[in-house]
Design a protein around this ligand. Sequence first.
Ligand code: NAD
Length: 300
Amino acid sequence: MHIGFLGLGNMGAPMAHNLLKAGHHLSVFDLHTTAVDDLVQAGATAATSPATLAGSGAAIIITMLPASAHVKAVYLGDDGLLAHVQPGVLLIDSSTIDPLCAREVAALAQRQGNPMLDAPVSGGTSGAAAGTLTFMVGGERADFERARPLLDVMGKNVVHCGGSGNGQVAKVANNMLLGISMIGVAEAMSLGVALGMDPQVLAGVINTSSGRCWSSDTYNPFPGVMDNVPAARGYSGGFGSDLMLKDLGLATEAARQTRQPVLLGAAAQQLYQQFSQQGHGGLDFSAIINLYRQPAAADE
Ligand code: NAD
């Protein structure tokens, strides 16, 4: 199948490579020509703008952009996708953006005869490279079924979450809970250790008791408790604190628009904002535990 792919960054490039490897014909565009050149070397065809990508004859166009403003520019600009795409072409946006923005762009696409799905992902850059992403998809069931064979190439969990925007809703709700639970584990672990407990023994108790969660038993933030997690390597790699801050901002902004209280989500957003302001936005999000630990201990 001929597919358009726009946004060849940390996530988009490996996703596009997997589509090429599966035998699809790809037209690609990114503002960074080196990213385009890399895909062209692997067999893709270069487009020179969103407009030329839209006119390339692709039956499905996938976008993977940083944030809502980029999605609006690429879809709604004069040189954008909607102004130049043929009716019937299926549009899939996999960027993580505000659910209300996703619904707004999809409604405009739908109105001119282009079905559109929001399909944000989890699984990080390693999941993108391995083709094991989780896709949370919002939109019409029939459009989901049409997209599914492609999403299956790039992911191993492909979930239809309901109508337009619900993929983004699932993503922001999950990541808000993840941010809150990570802070909870950081706080509890730091309290226990400050009161004299061995961190491994404490983690063992929590992980067989009612406090257990993914942040405690799979991604524990306390150094020395687990191997193969960012806490074991100075919080490098993993899921950056600034990306968590972005997702918490999406959650609190969506909550504001619908007047839904998210007290703990807002507190988590502020803690990550403080952490970022201190210059730590590039560290994995489990490094938030350093806000709780004694300075000497946190430097270890
Ligand atoms: P990135 O910044 O590495 O890549 C974004 C790409 O979009 C860049 O190559 C950039 O040049 C391109 N771009 C921006 N504006 C453009 C425009 N107008 N026209 C064409 N190209 C344009 O970002 P990423 O890490 O690939 O993340 C993409 C999305 O996936 C984000 O919404 C992010 O929140 C989400 N996400 C990221 C991860 C992760 O671990 N990196 C995990 C899950 C979800």
